[in-house]
Design a binder for this molecule. Structure first.
Ligand code: FES
Length: 145
């Protein structure tokens, strides 16, 4: 007779949560929210899975970045005409980042910071970089996803 439930039905260990977060990045956060992401109050849902029009590319400063919070994307323009985009969903526990100051992206939930030009973690508790998102400029407009 076993007193403990199988590992799949027990509360997941931290590594399991990370795995779920990775899955949530592409498949939705419904399951992840059930694992405590709602505690942040500003949790993620999906990354762009289809092209999203972000508007004029001129809105993104050269050498800086712009947050498109509703679309959960940060777009940077390291050099004139070169755009990079990253998920705005924090890799710590799934909150959507809320500010970009120069090239520093900040998460309001626990203070993680990321480099807007590379997605790299500048300050924890997040340990993983923001995932890159495809972005292209066409006719002066940006499309992500
Ligand atoms: S969710 Fe914890 S720092 Fe972003």
């Amino acid at each position: 007779m076993s007193a403990e439930p199988p590992a799949e039905t027990a509360a997941p260990p931290p590594l399991g949560r990370r795995t779920v977060l990775r899955g949530a990045a592409g498949a939705g956060a419904a399951g992840a929210a059930g694992l405590g992401l709602a505690a942040c109050g500003k949790t993620s849902s999906d990354l762009p899975t289809k092209p999203v029009d972000l508007g004029a590319s001129s809105d993104v400063p050269v050498g800086g970045a712009k947050l498109y919070r509703d679309d959960k994307v940060v777009v940077a323009q390291p050099q004139q005409g070169t755009f990079k985009a990253f998920s705005a969903v924090c890799t710590h526990q799934g909150c959507v980042v809320d500010s970009v100051d120069g090239t520093t992206i900040s998460c309001p939930c626990h203070g993680s910071q990321f480099n807007a030009l590379t997605g790299a973690v500048l300050q924890g508790p997040a340990t993983r970089a923001l995932p890159a998102v495809t972005v292209k400029e066409t006719g002066g407009r940006l499309t992500a996803g």
